[in-house]
Design a protein around this ligand. Structure first.
Ligand SMILES: NC(=O)c1ccc[n+]([C@@H]2O[C@H](COP(=O)([O-])OP(=O)(O)OC[C@H]3O[C@@H](n4cnc5c(N)ncnc54)[C@H](O)[C@@H]3O)[C@@H](O)[C@H]2O)c1
Ligand SMILES: [Zn+2]
Ligand SMILES: [Zn+2]
Length: 401
């Protein structure tokens, strides 16, 4: 089932709390995480909720407690809403802020909660998101990063989420110099995790996707010629992803595995029906594949979204062969965004590598369907509003639907 997402006119947000900033949105996008809402895999989305957790814009007004952020400045928001002052915020773990999400279901299920997030259901606090012309940014001084003039929106926008998320996937899973890294999912997060694995010293990176993402494997390989790929829907008879990875890596397997797909993407019928019947929320197929593929004492990180429980988890392989399974968490992007901004300015990392399309906010309803089908060679998109600047050099021009 797909949720019905529609474009509507609504009132512009107002300052409610003294630390609020109202941002005039000049760029937003769709994330693989928005598809989980679209697929109804994340609970507590309500009619009238405004979506969108990656956005940048121009400061339109500020509350009386806002000190650093000035009207007229450009800024990018982090997808999480942090207070800047609690236990986790002081440790720079902004995605675990204790002050901005009071959802009870999340606390009961997880034993703790993530921070509030923009446009990501009431499970993460019910905040309005940035696939809009205006958005309220609580604790504006904390949750906005100023964008310098030499970083256009098409590069700066992705500091909201995908860049910090991919970076976190790589460093949190502990990619080391000389490692072989296997990455499941060739979407924008998997693509940048591949780039950042090389950046952090990996010798080999193997990217895995299926028939739907076949063009993505080719697309990423064009950018990173050193990349190796596996199309899991096109393996010789009797071969699996695990057996293929063993063959490619001395019979032992890669050092590191990173999950950049999601727990709702089942492969076999049994898990498809278990999810359908609510016997599990997520499939363990992909995580089991990572655990059996890596070498003994290898590391596996989960960055793709998993919402709840799964069945048939291969705990035996994990324990007996010393594999580390790491939940990378909702990425604490604020921990990394100053460094990543600097790398963009120094042309050490390239957000435009993944940006293939530009659309109008008014076309969002259609764009959700296209992105969901991974049509038209859509990797990462840029969504313009009536306030956006024209496309920056090297960025895609507008596709009119
Ligand atoms: N942890 C975080 O902070 C965070 C932040 C952003 C995104 N995410 C998550 O990261 C994941 C990737 O994001 P994205 O924007 O690149 O999403 P995306 O949906 O564009 O890409 C996911 C890719 O995974 C592929 N895939 C599906 N099943 C697979 C399987 N069994 N093996 C290999 N590949 C498979 C799909 O074909 C697709 O190309 C999503 O789950 C997203 O929600 C997490
Ligand atoms: Zn996201
Ligand atoms: Zn906090």
């Amino acid at each position: 089932m797909l949720m019905q997402f529609v474009t509507v006119e609504t009132q512009a947000p107002k300052i409610i709390d003294p630390g609020d900033v109202i941002l005039k949105v000049t760029g937003s996008t769709i994330c693989g995480s928005d598809l989980h809402l679209f697929h109804e895999a994340i609970p507590e989305l309500q009619k009238g909720d405004i979506l969108g957790h990656e956005f940048c814009g121009i400061v339109a007004s500020v509350g009386p407690a806002v000190k650093k952020t000035k009207v007229g400045e450009r800024g990018v928001a982090s997808f999480q809403i942090a207070c800047g002052n609690c236990y986790y915020c002081k440790k720079k773990l902004s995605s675990m802020c204790e002050k901005t999400n009071d959802n009870e279901t999340a606390f009961k299920l997880y034993g703790r909660r993530t921070a509030g997030m923009f446009g990501y259901s009431h499970f993460t606090g019910g905040f309005a998101g940035g696939q809009a012309e205006y958005v309220r940014v609580p604790y504006g001084d904390v949750n906005l990063l100023k964008l310098p003039d030499d970083v256009p929106d098409e590069k700066g926008l992705y500091l909201s989420d995908v860049l910090g998320t991919s970076w976190n996937a790589v460093v949190d899973t502990g990619v080391e110099k000389g490692d072989t890294v296997a990455i499941w999912g060739a979407g924008p997060v998997g693509q940048m995790a591949a780039e950042f694995s090389f950046f952090n010293g990996a010798d080999r990176v193997i990217l895995i996707d299926g028939a739907l993402g076949k063009w993505r494997l080719d697309f990423v390989k064009k950018v990173l010629p050193k990349l190796e790929t596996i199309e899991y829907t096109n393996l010789p008879h009797g071969e699996t992803v695990t057996s293929t990875l063993k063959k490619m890596c001395d019979g032992r397997g890669p050092d590191v595995a990173i999950e950049c797909a999601a727990g709702e993407y089942t492969k076999g019928w049994s898990h498809f029906f278990e999810r359908l019947l609510g016997i599990e929320q997520d499939t363990a197929e992909l995580v089991n594949e990572m655990i059996t593929s890596v070498r003994g004492f290898g590391r596996c990180g989960i960055t793709g979204v998993y919402a709840g429980y799964c069945n048939h988890f291969n705990i035996g392989s994990l324990m007996e062969t010393g594999v580390s399974l790491i939940g990378n968490g909702q990425a604490p992007v604020q921990k990394y965004w100053n460094d990543l901004l600097k790398y963009i300015q120094e042309e050490k990392i390239f957000p435009l590598h993944m940006v293939t399309h530009r659309f109008k906010l008014e076309d969002m309803e259609q764009v959700y369907h296209l992105f969901n089908k991974r049509e038209m060679g859509m990797q990462k998109i840029f969504v313009q509003t009536k306030f956006s600047a024209p496309p920056a050099p090297g960025a895609p021009s507008l596709t009119v639907l």
